[in-house]
Design a protein around this ligand. Structure first.
Ligand code: SF4
Length: 351
């Protein structure tokens, strides 16, 4: 398939077509993905999001990769829902450090209706700082989606995690269809959709293809597609999972880029275990968004200053860094972050 064919916005992929993309020679796949990437994005810009865990642990779900499930003993310290002031303070730091989007995650099966006014206040306050907002709170009803949209939430994250076929090996407490229903509620309420999955959980290539097929065949492509590499956390059922071939991870990024050419493809959890060369290859394959903070909810993330140093070496600019012409302070903060190498304290630790 030519890159041009791959770059049209399609919603009718078959698994064989997706597997054909996966199984091209590696260099052809990367080249095609880069061609398509350049049709829709500046190849030297990466969008930065910061993720804050606003409520940690004690989740009733049984996602086998997740240290926040109450079913696994991972030593994770539980936290109640953060106070509004704590969230605002973390968002200010994220903005000063170069992030354009602030994502807030709560380890819930779904929010209670009584939680909605509380998280709505968080949305309003974070938006007032000039940041885009994203939340991941579990399953949402139609009504809850409407309320979050009314509060001004820009993005809602809800991952499909894996293929429909492999899904039961990963989670049993909610169905694949439940996830699709939440994504439909989010889309119908007018919010942007952030949905992706995790690779390296013991799935086959056809499952990685099935995940991307399910995402790309949604009526509208998710605006943001996080591709996570499993972080093997001791105490979870996936702690001893075999490593996925790193090139297969890069192939997954490239195929996501070809299938969802206008979406931001986010290099998400698992970056801590990727060397600089692998991250650079992921950007070449079409990844153009990262989480930029010390922790991804509760798993380690490369230190922000390390990210900035890698960006400098690759000639990559944070997306809003260029777009935000009014904020000279913003520029100063970024240069300080790059040059002083001591900005760890700027980042809120979400665990
Ligand atoms: S992934 Fe989300 S829903 Fe699943 S156990 Fe973790 S916090 Fe709960």
């Amino acid at each position: 398939m030519s890159p041009q064919e791959g770059s049209s916005t399609r919603h009718n992929w078959t698994r064989d077509q997706v597997l054909a993309l996966f199984n091209q020679p590696f260099n052809n796949l990367l080249f095609d993905a880069q061609v398509v990437h350049r049709q829709h994005f500046d190849p030297n810009q990466v969008q930065l999001s910061t993720l804050l865990s606003i409520k940690t642990g004690a989740c009733p779900e049984d996602c086998k990769y997740c240290p926040q499930s109450a079913r696994y003993d991972t030593g994770l310290e539980k936290e109640k829902l953060l106070e509004l002031e704590q969230v605002i303070a973390a968002a200010k730091i994220a903005k000063a450090s170069g992030s354009s989007r602030f994502c807030m995650g709560a380890a819930w099966r779904s929010p209670h209706d009584r939680d909605i006014p509380v998280v709505s206040a968080m949305i309003r306050e974070v938006k007032a700082l000039g940041l885009e907002t994203c939340m991941t709170l579990g399953m949402l009803s139609e009504e809850q989606s409407e309320k979050l949209a009314d509060a001004g939430l820009d993005y809602y994250n809800h991952n499909l995690d894996t293929s429909k076929e492999f899904y039961g090996e990963v989670i049993t407490t909610r169905t694949f269809q439940d996830r699709l229903n939440t994504l439909a509620n989010v889309r119908n309420s007018g919010m942007k959709v952030c949905a992706g999955g995790i690779v390296g959980m013991g799935e086959e290539q056809q499952d990685r293809a099935g995940l991307l097929m399910a995402l790309a065949n949604l009526p509208v492509h998710p605006e943001s597609v996080p591709i996570n590499m499993l972080v093997k956390v001791a105490g979870t059922p996936m702690a001893d999972q075999a490593d996925l071939d790193p090139f297969e991870f890069i192939r997954t990024i490239a195929v996501a880029r070809l299938m969802m050419p206008k979406s931001y493809v986010r290099l998400s959890a698992g970056r801590e275990d990727m060397n600089e060369q692998m991250q650079a290859m992921a950007f070449m394959a079409g990844a153009n968004s990262i989480f930029y903070c010390d922790k991804l909810l509760t798993t380690p993330n490369p230190k922000a200053n390390t990210d900035m140093q890698l960006f400098e070496r690759l000639g990559i600019k944070p997306e809003e860094y260029q777009a935000d012409k009014d904020s000279l302070q913003h520029e100063e903060d970024l240069h300080r972050a790059i040059n002083e190498h001591k900005n760890d304290a700027l980042f809120y630790s979400a665990s």
